[in-house]
Design a binder for this molecule. Structure first.
Ligand code: PMP
Ligand code: GLN
Length: 387
C-alpha cells in the first residue's frame, strides 16, 4: 500500500479525545476537554428546535443563512464597533475548527511562513503544515505570558504570509491587551501580513478586562480575519457553528475553501445561533460573570489543595503547576495519574506545544461546570492529595 499523507498520518489522536475517553473509562470528573455542563440558553435551543420541526431543512445558502450573517454583523457592531457588510464579509462555518481550516487553506501558498504563538490550540500546526505553510513559533513564558516583542519581530520576514493567534487564549487564559495588539498590528503593516484571530472566547473574559478585536486597530480592518464560535458564546459546544468576518478580498478564497469542505452548516443550528447573537447585553455579561465565579471557585480550591494556580483572565480554563504537590512525573503522567487514582481529569499543557522543551509541569483544568461538578472534583483531589 502506498503511504497516506505524511503530515496527517503521523498525527496522534487529539489530547481532548484521549483524555475524555480516559475519563469515561475511569468514571472520573472530566475537567479536561472544555465543554460546559450547562444546557445553554433556552431561547437559543428553542429557536433551533422550532426551526428543525417547522423550518426549511434543506441546504442553506453556502455563505450561511442571511439571519445569522446579519446577526454576526450586528454583534460585531454592538461589541466591537465594527461596520461589517453581512452579504460580503460574513461566512458561517461548521465550528471555529472549520473556520480555521478554511482560512489556512484559503490563504497559505506552499512555502509561506506563518507566525504562531505558543502555547497554541492543537488544530493550528497540523493544518498550517498540511497547507504547505512553514511555522515560525514564538513562545510565551509563564506566569505572565507577556508577548516577547523582539522575538515576535524576529519571526516576521519577507516570506511571512500571516500570523494566527488566539485571544482570550487557550490554554493559558491570557488576554492580549491593546498595547500587545498594536505591536502585532505594526508588524503586520510593516511586513504586509494577514492576521487570523481566533476569538472564540470573546465573551468569556474576566475582571473588567475587555476583548479587543485586532480588526478594530488602525490599518487592520482589511487584513484581519476574525473567527467566532456559537459553541463558546452560547455554551453549546456540540453545535459546531462558527463564523468568519473578513474583508471581501480575503473572504473570497476562504469561502471557496469552505464550499468544498462542508459547503454549509445545519440550518436550524444557524437559526439558533442567530437568536443567540441577538440576545441582550445582559446575557453576555452574565455569561462572563458566571464563568468568573466558577474560575474563582475552582482556582481557590486548587490553590488550597497545594497547586500553584496561574492567573486566568479569560476562557474556560485555569493552568496549574502541580510540582508543589510533590508529583515528579510529566504533565501527561500527572493527568493520567489523577484520572485513574483521584477520579478527576485534566489536560496536559505540553499538548499545546510543538517543541520537546515545552514545560511539562502544567495541568489545565476546565471550570465551565456546575458548582456541584466542581465541588465533586475538588473533594476528590483534596482527598487524594491529603487535604
Ligand atoms: N479555537 C480555540 C482556541 C478553541 O479552544 C476551540 C475549542 N473549541 C476552537 C477553536 C474550536 O471551536 P469549535 O468547537 O467552534 O470548532
Ligand atoms: N477547545 C476544547 C478544549 O480546548 C476542545 C475542543 C475539541 O475537543 N476539539 O478543551
Amino acid at each position: 500500500m502506498k503511504p497516506a499523507n505524511s503530515t496527517m498520518a503521523g498525527l496522534g489522536t487529539t489530547v481532548f479525545e484521549v483524555m475524555s475517553a480516559l475519563a469515561r473509562e475511569h468514571n472520573s470528573v472530566n475537567l479536561g476537554q472544555g465543554f460546559p455542563d450547562d444546557k445553554g440558553p433556552e431561547e437559543v435551543r428553542a429557536a433551533a428546535a422550532d426551526y428543525l420541526l417547522n423550518g426549511h431543512n434543506q441546504y442553506p445558502p453556502m455563505m450561511g443563512i442571511p439571519e445569522l450573517r446579519q446577526a454576526v454583523a450586528e454583534h460585531a457592531r454592538r461589541f466591537q464597533g465594527l461596520d461589517v457588510d453581512w452579504q460580503n464579509e460574513v461566512l458561517v462555518t461548521s465550528g471555529a475548527t472549520e473556520a480555521l481550516g478554511d482560512c489556512l487553506f484559503g490563504l497559505i501558498e506552499p512555502g509561506d511562513e506563518v507566525v504562531l504563538i505558543e502555547p497554541l490550540y492543537d488544530s493550528y500546526l497540523p493544518i498550517v503544515r498540511r497547507a504547505g505553510g512553514i511555522p515560525k513559533l514564538v513562545r510565551l513564558e509563564p506566569p505572565t505570558w507577556r508577548l516577547p516583542k523582539e522575538e515576535l519581530a524576529a519571526a516576521f520576514g519577507p516570506k511571512t504570509k500571516l500570523i494566527l493567534f488566539n485571544t482570550p487564549m487557550n490554554p493559558c487564559s491570557k488576554v492580549f491587551d491593546r498595547e500587545e495588539l498594536s505591536y502585532i498590528a505594526e508588524l503586520c503593516l510593516e511586513h504586509d501580513v494577514y492576521a487570523i484571530c481566533d476569538e472564540v472566547y470573546e465573551h468569556i473574559i474576566f475582571d473588567d478586562r475587555r476583548h479587543i478585536s485586532l480588526m478594530t486597530l488602525p490599518g487592520m480592518r482589511d487584513r484581519t480575519v476574525r473567527i467566532g464560535s456559537a459553541g463558546k458564546s452560547f455554551s453549546l459546544t456540540g453545535w459546531k457553528v462558527g463564523y468568519i468576518t473578513a474583508a471581501p478580498e480575503l473572504m473570497k478564497p476562504i469561502a471557496r475553501t469552505h464550499q468544498f469542505m462542508t459547503f454549509t452548516t445545519p440550518p436550524n443550528l444557524q437559526w439558533g445561533a442567530a437568536t443567540g447573537l441577538r440576545l441582550p447585553d445582559g446575557y453576555f455579561a452574565t455569561l462572563a460573570a458566571d464563568m468568573q465565579r466558577k474560575r474563582d471557585r475552582l482556582a481557590n480550591a486548587l490553590s488550597t489543595i497545594g497547586f500553584d494556580v496561574l492567573p486566568a483572565h479569560g476562557t474556560y480554563f485555569v493552568t496549574t503547576d502541580f510540582r508543589p504537590l510533590g508529583f515528579n512525573g510529566t504533565d501527561e503522567e500527572f493527568c493520567r495519574h489523577i484520572t485513574v487514582k483521584a477520579g478527576v481529569t485534566a489536560v496536559p499543557v505540553s499538548a499545546f506545544y510543538q517543541s520537546p522543551e515545552a514545560p511539562r509541569y502544567f495541568a489545565r483544568f476546565c471550570f465551565c461546570k456546575h458548582d456541584s461538578t466542581l465541588d465533586s472534583a475538588i473533594q476528590r483531589l483534596a482527598a487524594h492529595f491529603g487535604h
